[in-house]
Design a protein around this ligand. Structure first.
Ligand SMILES: *Cc1c(COP(=O)(O)O)cnc(C)c1O
Length: 255
């Protein structure tokens, strides 16, 4: 609620504002452009958690005036898990000197060591993960960059969402919510016989691993569609879900 954000930001004691871009518990893509305009107009430091959007959703960090953008090797960049990274304005990171309350998470010290020692990591470098990250960046380039990857994710998500609704599943997010192209949340089917555990395990046996748990009180489950995943994979998943519904829920496909 942008009006509510604007109102809260009048509080002079607030110095920093953080926002999750692609909010992976529900699948909402928060409007960081609109929120950022309010944050910068109010003169606050602007931190964006772009864990599961950076590399898969086009964004111009300079234009968005983001002071700190946080992301990870293993989401839309499609590297392997092992490190996170932060893109920060130089003056903002310099202002952090001596402020960290933890040794390991001292971002200034990490940055300063890399600056001073030609890219050296402060502690043991995650060499294989960095090499995989480099390869992942080359693959992103070959795919056509962030714009092309965004289109693929968008098509994956739309195919999934439409196919699931044809199978009788309902979306948790209403029409008015901006849906991310990354992950979608569905309500449990109404059939009394539905068990998420059995659904999850049956799909896994067919070669499709969905998110193993839910994160709200709602009876819902999530399906992510990022990574080396294409339309034919989504169609295969939909076929496996249709077959599950017929065999376990006596819910014939109504499409
Ligand atoms: C995936 C994710 C995390 C966790 O990141 P990892 O690098 O996988 O540990 C945190 N926040 C958001 C919004 C995410 O999507």
């Amino acid at each position: 609620d942008l009006q509510e954000i604007e109102r809260v930001l009048e509080d002079k004691t607030i110095s920093h504002v953080a926002c999750v871009h692609c909010e992976t518990t529900t699948g909402i893509l928060n409007p960081i452009h609109d929120i950022g305009c309010l944050v910068k107009a109010a003169g606050k430091i602007w931190i964006v958690d772009a864990m599961s959007s950076f590399g898969g959703v086009p964004m111009d960090i300079a234009e968005l005036e983001i002071d700190f953008l946080i992301s990870s090797a293993n989401k839309c960049i499609q590297g392997v898990p092992g490190f996170g990274f932060i893109l920060a304005k130089r003056d903002c990171i310099e202002a952090c000197k001596g402020l960290a309350r933890s040794v390991s998470l001292d971002l200034y010290d990490q940055w300063n060591t890399m600056e001073q020692y030609n890219g050296k990591w402060r502690f043991t470098s995650p060499t294989h993960v960095v090499r995989a990250f480099y390869q992942a960046l080359l693959e992103l380039e070959v795919e056509g960059g962030v714009a092309a990857r965004y289109q693929r994710y968008l098509q994956n998500q739309q195919t999934l969402s439409q196919g699931m609704q044809q199978l009788g599943f309902e979306l948790v997010l209403g029409e008015e919510c901006p849906q991310s192209p990354i992950i979608t949340t569905f309500l449990y089917p109404t059939a009394k016989s539905f068990s998420f555990q059995s659904f999850y395990e049956t799909l896994k046996k067919s070669g499709y691993v969905i998110y193993p748990g839910k994160v709200t009180d709602l009876n819902c489950f999530r399906i992510g569609n990022i990574g080396e995943v294409y339309i034919h994979d989504i169609e295969g998943l939909l076929a496996a879900i249709a077959s599950y519904c017929e065999n376990h829920l006596n819910q014939a496909v109504t499409a």
